[in-house]
Design a binder for this molecule. Sequence first.
Ligand code: FAD
Ligand code: NAP
Length: 346
Amino acid sequence: MIEIASQVSLQSHNSLALPSRAEYFCSVTDELQIVEALDYARANNLQVTALGGGSNLVLAGDIAGLVIYLDLNGISRQEPQDRQENQGNTVHVEFAAGENWHKAVEYCLQQGWYGLENLSLIPGNMGAAPIQNIGAYGVELCDLFVSLRAIDIARGQPVMMDKQACEFGYRDSIFKGKFQNQYLITQVTLALSLQPRVNLEYPALAEALAAVDQPTPQMVSAAVCAIRSAKLPDPAQIPNAGSFFKNPVVGPQMLEQLLAANPQMPFYSLGSSGAKIPAAWLIDQCGFKGLRDGNVGVHQHQALVLVNLGGTGTELLALANRIQSEVLERFSIALEIEPRIYGQPD
Ligand code: FAD
Ligand code: NAP
């Protein structure tokens, strides 16, 4: 039997530590409890919001309806169904939605299941990883993704979705579009390698391991952790939600115009479809890096990270809007906010 509480503070449930209350809140540890929570929401006409580690949210005010914290645990190895595809080199691993992402990465490394190293130290839980197809240091979740299991919020029924059904994109999936707020993900299955292959495509990582002859996956994970810890503020010390804006992608013509006006602008070519521009550079050029605006600000070492210094979601979004306006005016680029915004401002 689940316990449903009312007017629950979410301040310790979001990495920006923004003040917000859930009208109703419950924590669930299995699918039966999810169905029970959904029955309650349906009977009381409550909107449902899924909550994981709270590291990709902006809580702009209180949250109406029922917030369900997905606390399902367990990691298990599956026999791959398609043996030909794997030839003994791959293992399929099922992760319950409430597993902490980084602990799962560490566990897999200990088991000799490789592929997640570049994604070390990303905050949050397994169930949220497909939502924005998490990525870092040259690897994205979709590179390893096999399938997920989810409960349909409207019907309370389980469904399975394969990679194609999830429509993964750059920090994007169908769960940020057509299927937004429609499913509670309960389990994710990934295909991991039994061979210790490493991916050092990302320059910062290659540089960190340049002196090592044959880097192991463990070394890659340690290097990623070291780079991240040196560059990114720890939310436990300085509340933040990681990158606040997505890196914009511009077409070839726009890239040409931007480079004519800003020859020093960094960019990463995407071939004929244009290029990705680091949003941090654009924000820095507008003079926001290290800026403090009342109780919120822009991190002094990473312009893409907005920090909460005791403010509210309303204050943080006002700063975000200021940054978006300035970047739009100066570069004609509309920055898109990455974390999901919930709640009504005061
Ligand atoms: P939450 O913030 O709880 O939720 C995020 C969204 O997913 C919400 O819309 C929520 O409703 C939904 N959701 C959560 N769980 C479920 C579920 N089980 N079923 C359905 N919907 C669900 N992201 C990257 O991609 N790469 C990075 O390198 C990276 N680095 C970060 C560094 C820092 C310091 C921080 C604070 C964040 C970073 N992030 C990064 C963003 C964040 O960690 C990821 O997006 C992560 O997957 C969010 O997980 P979460 O459990 O905290 O999700
Ligand atoms: P960085 O190394 O300073 O690089 C800045 C940006 O340039 C990155 O966002 C990255 O895009 C892009 N980039 C760098 N080298 C690239 C290459 N060879 N090819 C294509 N794109 C390249 O970035 P950082 O801020 O320290 O972050 C390091 C990694 O962690 C990045 O992958 C970043 O996405 C990830 N990260 C994500 C979050 C989040 O909340 N989403 C927070 C912190 C870190 P990509 O973002 O596409 O990789």
